[in-house]
Each structure stands twice: as structure tokens, then as C-alpha cells.
Design a protein. Structure first.
Length: 132
């Protein structure tokens, strides 16, 4: 199961996770995950984005969890969640041992993902909250 693999990666690579993520069941974590991309993106495009940026999918799992569960819908909370995503993506680069000749490409993808979240994600963040 893909989500179980991503949860294992988050634990193995010691990603930064909120306290409630640590206490959640795998089923609860899986329910929050939608791949890489916002809910409003057509499924085919989200599947494409998830495939393109699959290296960072474990970070996206944690990010989706926070979008779905946080009760604080302030800009500050949005910013903190997106910064955790950026940190976790960079941690995956380091911990998975990304080859030096691909590192510049993947670092560019981290920047693109983080910028997209910062730029376009706030309406989705406000609308999220499907897991309690």
C-alpha cells in the first residue's frame, strides 16, 4: 500500500511531524492524504504531479495531515505548516541520499512545490479540515 510506505518513510527518515500525527492511526493518516496537489486539482493532474514529485510524497503526507487536522486556520499556522513541508522535503533529499548530480534538480522542485503552496494554498487551507 502506497500510503503505508509513505508513513514508513516519514518515520524512517525522522520527518518533522506534529504531535497529533504521532498519535494517529495509519487509517487516519491515509484519510488525510490526497497526493501532491490541491483538492480542487483534477485527479489526473494530481496523479501526474504526485508522480513527478513522488520523491517528496512522504512530506506531502504530513503536510496534508496538518491541512486536514489543524484547528488554527491563521496565516501564521499556514506559514508554519508550509515551512515544515519545505523542511521535510529537504530532509528527504538528505536522508534518501539524492545523488549530487540530481540534487540541483530536486532542490528546484522543493522550491517550486513550496512556492506553489505559499502562493496558491491558503484558500485550500481555509477550506480543509476533513479529519478530526
Amino acid at each position: 500500500d502506497e500510503t503505508a510506505d509513505l508513513i514508513a518513510q516519514a518515520l524512517t527518515y525522522d520527518l518533522s511531524v506534529p504531535d497529533d500525527w504521532k498519535l494517529a492511526s495509519n487509517d487516519q493518516r491515509a484519510a488525510a492524504y490526497n497526493g501532491i496537489g490541491p483538492d480542487w486539482l483534477p485527479e489526473r493532474l494530481r496523479d501526474w504531479a504526485t508522480g513527478l514529485w513522488h520523491f517528496f510524497a512522504a512530506a506531502a503526507l504530513v503536510h496534508d495531515w496538518e491541512y486536514a487536522t489543524t484547528k488554527d486556520r491563521s496565516k501564521r499556522s499556514f506559514w508554519l505548516i508550509n515551512n515544515r513541508f519545505r523542511y521535510n522535503c529537504k530532509r528527504l533529499l538528505k536522508m534518501k541520499g539524492c545523488p549530487w548530480y540530481k540534487r540541483w534538480l530536486y532542490e528546484g522542485r522543493v522550491d517550486a512545490l513550496a512556492t506553489a503552496c505559499d502562493t496558491f494554498g491558503f484558500p485550500g487551507f481555509l477550506a480543509a479540515g476533513k479529519i478530526s
